[in-house]
Design a protein around this ligand. Structure first.
Ligand code: MG
Length: 256
């Protein structure tokens, strides 16, 4: 199932993307997708709605250096325990929304990542229960002001600018994410090409580690880390993160 959040005629709703490739439609969900899904009976052509970020998380928990080759390109090794940091909810944007390049940085990078969307409140969740708390998966871009990441010594500002967390285009449920291709294209050119099987710390372990610290709420998002090949974007570029079985998240880069 593909669960999207969208705007139509000034109303915002969740819906399930259905229909054929040639004429995709969206079936409106009555309420929210965190629990048994009921449909309102309203349907739209997908072309007639504007997709929004698929969730509005209370927090985005991101994992640093979770692919060995990316850890090497950052000048180190993958840490023994997951390295977690937070991106503010206000950084979240959806498919097609612009990444706003701040004047305070001269080096803003893309980081294509698999994102996990949490489906139910969980605290001290064991790894064995991970499947029970996951709603689904989406594409993410952990946009980073690389110059400020180094200069600040911690990452809140570098990774926390408005628009620095594109998510979308929708949440794919019921898929096996053990070995999916994750790629990032800049203006159509492939820059990152990894597989989720290369994750150092796997998703069940991440959920156990994170929820041993903080409660995750429905709609919270975990960014699982980026493969090798990170690099800079410029104003005027288009960045696209594509994950097999999920879809493609595209965002233009504009000056803030
Ligand atoms: Mg990252």
């Amino acid at each position: 199932m593909r669960i999207a959040r969208y705007a139509h005629d000034g109303e915002v709703a969740f819906g399930v993307v259905e229909g054929t490739v040639d004429s995709p439609e969206i079936a409106e969900i009555a309420g929210h997708p965190f629990g048994p899904i009921e449909f309102s009976g309203v349907r739209h052509r997908l072309a007639d709605v504007r997709l929004l970020a698929p969730v509005l998380p209370s927090k985005v928990v991101a994992i640093g250096k979770n692919y060995a080759e990316h850890a090497v390109e950052m000048g180190g090794e993958a840490p023994e325990a997951p390295l977690i940091f937070l991106k503010p909810s206000t950084a979240v944007i959806g498919d097609g929304d612009p990444v706003a390049y701040p004047a305070s940085s001269s080096r803003v990078d893309y980081e294509g990542e698999l994102a996990v969307v949490i489906g139910r409140l969980c605290r001290d969740a064991p790894a064995s229960r991970a499947a029970d708390v996951i709603l689904g998966y989406t594409c993410a871009n952990d946009v980073t002001a690389r110059d400020q990441q180094a200069a600040d010594g911690q990452w809140s500002r570098a990774k926390g600018y408005d628009s620095f967390c594109p998510l979308g285009p929708w949440i794919a449920t019921g898929i096996d994410v053990a070995d999916l291709a994750v790629s990032t294209r800049l203006n159509g050119e492939v820059k990152q090409n990894g597989r989720t099987s290369q994750l150092v710390h796997k998703i069940p372990e991440l959920i156990a580690y994170i929820t041993a610290c903080m409660t995750l709420l429905p709609g919270d998002v975990i960014l699982t880390g980026t493969p090798a090949g990170v690099g800079p974007m410029q104003v005027g570029d288009e960045v696209a993160v594509e994950i097999e079985q999920i879809g493609r998240l595209r965002n233009p880069v504009v000056a803030r």
